[in-house]
Design a protein. Structure first.
Lengths: 82, 762
């Protein structure tokens, strides 16, 4: 087996492991699930400061008031996000 | 396009993880956003029976996949102008006058009138336009009903965005691969520009890949934000992508940078390809693309030697005169460099065997071959029609276990332009009934004047919509559509990937809004074929789809929001590829059988018209909007209040216009008005035209169509033969001749402009 083939095989194995962990992480119920989730959080973390297209609309993590949404839907008042 | 699942297994160490705290009175639902077509997994927070907040997912594999359109959805979908009840036209078509009716009244009349059209003109006289991206719960039921009725005339925006790419990819290796962003070493963006608020998961995936050292190559006439952070930026001429790829192949073949073992064992037609590539020496490619030959060569070397590399799907090559060749050249680059179906390369995932896929639900086998051959566009532009795709039945069965694979819903479509000609009475047979769902067809395809004429010539138009779009204003019936907050969803990545995701229902739909599932169920009932959609509820339907998992839909969705197929690679080593030869067909046997050049080629621009000295491109997305939507939402309009074209300073000066001016963009087909923004990132003589502009606050009905006649770029998009891809019949939107002049506001000029709209130049 050539070095290139060995490298591909290694990537195949690690990808299979990654998908298995992603499935466990998504379930997030057992101790093992949560461990997988923690490891994936670490593995996929990218420093927010390196997000060169940051936007306060996302960063502010805002929502709306349910009563104001009701009034807005009835055409009674224009609302802004809270 | 669906979101990739980002994950890098190489960096799993020492995690720190914190769950978000729960808040009193707030319940959370796991949702898939349908504000655009990328389908991000997000979370909806619910208070008092309403979704009050949409935020990014708690699941780390989906984190940060959120944009402004998703965040503002609770307000956008609560807009007071949302259509909440069925409406029936009461004035002349296009008068903008409607009255409220019940679903029962509407469906009874729709059924009667559709049956009359079918009786008089045949089932092929019924056409449907939808995308299935934002209607979501269609799941192929529309095609299923149409196939039972006998109509092949289904059209979609995916004809020029991803669906056609899927169909053309099959000619080379039988499936449509998805790039493995998580493990790749090099990403090539061909004009595509994923950003924080557009194609957000791709933006995040590219950012992650670059952070771990992957190379980024960008081809784009503009200095886009992606170009600015690229390792190599090739500022090619708009529409010259295919020529550029010939240059890459020339370098890769001449310098023997390709995967010889793969080429020898798994491809057909390499020698013929080599001869064709030799017609494109670098100096010729440099002339065609406007790029430095050494930069072209360097980019080709990086792609071929730092792999596995990916060329992710791009809408840019979907919308060109050389679309089929451009897409085929991408497939050829992937193949000869040995990047097909390997980790970090281009994955051929196949269907998820545990979920009934949408291609199966569509039941294409019940539509007779005779009706299939009537599909509009089949004769002249068959690539993605039944005629072009039927030969894949046997190989697809051999490799993927079933005959029909309607990947990205794009593999058995009618050609939009041919369909509109038939609707306008200019086609091979009449089309007299037209349904559109979550689609604004008047503004979503080329040649808006033709589409308007086509719609005005219909006996029955039915729209399933959330808002009174310009297209809906021409309908006989507008039936109120639900949204992604208001019903569950299974997302099977349109067959593109094998990962399945689930979305919960977070709130009740307002008024009498119903899902696309319910729409088609009622249409089947109105056509006296209720057995075609036999499930009582969408949950019953989903239980049927997931039965092979051994769980109900409710159990699955309570367990997880994502369901993976066990990954496999190089499966072709066991099954061969899903092509007639079982090999990668660099020279396509099927294109040859259809009467086309079996090898890629490059059609140069028609002769220059000095009256239209500039080139425009359209089809670009603006962050606050998806296609023609979202312009009713104050927060989104505040970000982009008016349609803007972009020119650089030099081009603007030559045209006699300045920053902030209202200008007219015009060509042989029509004209639009827009504000001018000067951007130094634009090259000389190129005009960026925004896609899908109308203003919901403007007058409804035929006079203005809420501003569509003023602003819609579809009025500039030509579909005459010089501007169509030969094999697919899709329009060239990346380099249309035009001119920019100062906008003159006097009434006589406006009247002239309106007259042009009604009488297209051919």
């Amino acid at each position: 087996m050539s070095d290139a083939q060995k490298s591909i095989r290694k990537k195949e194995r690690s990808t299979r492991l990654a998908i298995w962990m992603a499935a466990r992480s998504s379930r997030n119920r057992t101790f093992l699930d949560r461990m997988c989730r923690k490891m994936i959080v670490k593995a996929t973390a990218v420093d927010p400061a390196k997000d060169f297209m940051r936007d306060e609309f996302v960063d502010n993590d805002q929502g709306f008031d349910p009563d104001e949404l009701d009034r807005y839907q009835r055409g009674e008042k224009v609302i802004a996000s809270q | 396009m669906p979101a990739p699942v980002p994950f890098d297994p190489q960096e799993i160490v020492d995690a720190k993880y914190e769950e978000r705290p729960t808040r009193e009175g707030v319940t959370t639902k796991r949702l898939i956003c349908a504000a655009c077509d990328i389908a991000c997994s997000v979370v909806g927070e619910v208070q008092k029976g309403r979704v009050t907040k949409v935020r990014s997912s708690d699941n780390p594999i989906f984190k940060d996949n959120i944009c402004m359109k998703g965040i503002v959805a609770p307000k956008g979908l609560a807009h007071p102008n949302r259509i909440l009840h069925p409406l029936k036209r009461v004035g002349e078509r296009g008068s903008g006058k409607f009255e409220q009716v019940t679903w029962e009244e509407a469906m009874s009349d729709i059924g009667s009138r559709l049956k009359k059209v079918i009786a008089e003109h045949g089932p092929e006289a019924w056409a449907v336009a939808t995308s299935q991206w934002n209607t979501s719960t269609d799941h192929g039921l529309g095609r299923r009903v149409m196939n039972h009725v006998g109509s092949p005339n289904w059209i979609s925006g995916v004809a020029l965005c991803a669906g056609n790419t899927a169909a053309v990819n099959r000619f080379t290796y039988g499936w449509f691969p998805f790039g493995d962003f998580s493990n790749t070493n090099c990403i090539v963006l061909m004009g595509h520009n994923p950003r924080r608020h557009s194609w957000t998961p791709l933006y995040n995936s590219i950012r992650s890949a670059q952070a771990r050292g992957a190379k980024l190559i960008v081809m784009d006439p503009r200095r886009s934000s992606s170009a600015e952070r690229a390792d190599i930026w090739l500022p090619l001429k708009a529409g010259s992508d295919a020529a550029m790829m010939f240059g890459w192949l020339k370098v890769i073949i001449d310098e023997e940078l390709y995967d010889k073992e793969f080429v020898d064992n798994w491809t057909l037609g390499f020698e013929e390809l080599k001869e064709r590539v030799n017609e494109y020496p670098l100096d010729r490619v440099a002339e065609l693309t406007g790029c430095d030959p050494e930069m072209i060569a360097e980019a080709a070397r990086v792609y071929a030697t730092s792999g596995p590399s990916i060329i992710p799907w791009t809408p840019i090559t979907d919308m060109q005169r050389n679309s089929t060749s451009g897409i085929r050249l991408q497939t050829i680059l992937r193949s000869i460099c040995g990047y097909v179906d390997v980790p970090g390369g281009e994955l051929l995932q196949g269907f998820n065997p545990d979920i009934v896929n949408e291609s199966t639900i569509e039941m294409h086998h019940v539509l007779s071959d005779e009706q299939k051959m009537k599909q509009l566009g089949s004769k002249d532009h068959p690539a993605f029609t039944y005629r072009g795709q039927l030969a894949f039945r046997e190989p697809t069965k051999r490799v993927y276990g079933q005959e029909y694979a309607n990947l990205v819903t794009g593999c058995h479509m009618a050609t939009p332009s041919e369909t509109f000609r038939a609707m306008a009475g200019e086609g091979e047979y009449p089309v007299k009934a037209f349904f559109f769902l979550g689609n604004n067809p008047l503004m979503s395809y080329a040649n808006m004047p033709l589409i308007h004429k086509a719609m005005m010539n219909q006996d029955l138009i039915v729209s399933h919509e959330q808002f009174m779009t310009p297209s809906a204003q021409l309908a006989d019936y507008i039936l109120p559509a639900d949204s992604w907050l208001e019903r569950p969803w299974i997302h099977d990545m349109f067959g593109w990937m094998s990962t399945i995701r689930f979305s919960e229902k977070a709130m009740d739909p307002p008024g009498e809004c119903k899902s696309t599932f319910e729409f088609w169920k009622q249409v089947a009932g109105a056509l006296d074929m209720p057995e075609v959609v036999p499930w009582d509820t969408i949950e019953d339907f989903y239980d049927y789809r997931v039965a092979a998992t051994g769980k109900s839909f409710a159990d699955l969705i309570s367990d997880t929001e994502v369901y993976f197929k066990k990954p496999a690679f190089k499966t072709y080593e066991k099954t061969g590829f899903a092509t007639p030869s079982g090999k990668v067909e660099l020279k396509s046997s099927l294109l040859e059988e259809l009467g086309f050049d079996p090898l890629p080629y490059f059609r140069e621009d028609p002769p220059h018209d000095e009256n239209f000295p500039l080139k425009m491109f359209t089809g670009v997305r603006e962050d606050p909007f998806f296609q023609t939507g979202h312009r009713h939402i104050p927060e989104m309009r505040a970000r982009c209040p008016e349609p803007q074209i972009y020119l650089n300073e030099k081009t603007a000066k030559a045209a006699g216009v300045s920053e902030g001016d209202w200008v007219t963009v015009e060509n042989q087909l029509g004209s639009i008005k827009a504000l001018l923004a000067i951007k130094d990132a634009m090259p000389d003589d190129l005009v960026r035209v925004p896609h899908g502009w109308w203003k919901p606050e403007m007058e409804q009905g035929n006079g203005s169509l809420s501003g569509a006649w003023d602003y819609s770029d579809a009025q500039l998009c030509r579909d005459d033969p010089d501007y169509l891809d030969l094999e697919q019949g899709i329009p060239h939107l990346k380099g249309i001749p035009c001119r920019v002049v100062p906008f003159r506001s006097d009434a006589s000029v406006e009247a002239d402009v309106k007259a042009q709209h009604m009488e297209p130049a051919e």
